[in-house]
Write a protein that binds this ligand. Sequence first.
Ligand code: PEP
Ligand code: MN
Length: 337
Amino acid sequence: MIVILKKNVSQSMIDQLCGELRSRGLEIHDSNGTDAHILGLVGDTKAIAESWILAHPAVETCRRISEPYKKANRKFHPDDTVVQVGDVKIGGGNFAVMAGPCSIESPQQMELVAQRVKAAGASILRGGAFKPRTSPYSFQGLRSEGLDLLLEAAGKTGQPVVTELMNTEHLPLFEKVDMIQIGARNMQNFELLKAVGRTKTPVLLKRGLCSTLEELVMSAEYIMAEGNENVVLCERGIRTFETSMRNTLDISAIPMLKKMTHLPVIIDPSHAAGIAWMVEPLAKAAVAVGADGLMIEVHNDPAHALCDGAQSLTPDQFDNLMGDLKAQLGFFGKTLN
Ligand code: PEP
Ligand code: MN
């Protein structure tokens, strides 16, 4: 249920209303936005009569929310949420590019890629230390040593980092990580979602290979329900009957998610396409359709990459893409952060 407050009501009146609502076991999500002051009520609202709320002098109107997601619902929070990762803003007109190799391989590789993507305009450094691989015989990542290499390289360029967490046991290793990635395969690992929800670290939540948008938003709700509202959603391609690409980029997901939720939404064209030449057109489509950012795989030597070389851009290709994106972002009135 959402309660829309009258304009210019006193804070003491609002406090009194909130006190009564809390005493009935409800949690209040307070959003004082540009157009309206809204109280989102989370909990069992079935027993709350609309007539009782409408009788309060601070209340303009109230409405029941039928969607199962509450905190992530745009009806609870009409303004765009801006998630801050280090000093980088994502959402609300701020566009952020996360770039780096699929997996962290060596100090030289990480330092070179970090410098090049930073110089090209990527504000967040990505790199996988714990890798979810389809085959147990494929490279599984450098694990905690990889995390150290990522943080060292980012320390030199001054970028915040994003990297994937695969299970709750590894969480203590992620203390210095600026943004925790929950990968497509773990989108519905509810214990993992709850664990990152109990931290304050921003979370990049990737859409599962076969997940609906409502399931994605419900997974964000898991994180937010535990107290961490710094969630960025990522469309990274879904499984369809098409076989000519690794996945199918669901470009329609962006406007739909933006209608459903107030959270920032980014696109990962690398995992969507699985082919390097297709990253550029898909990245441009992301900007055109209103995404708040991109995650792009960049490798110094894609032909010898230990993971996802076929979809990785070289630093020179990434330079060219960023040049085009800067011009395009200006046209769409967005700020590259
Ligand atoms: C990744 O970003 O390295 C990754 C494994 O992505 P996804 O979970 O989208 O497959
Ligand atoms: Mn990858």
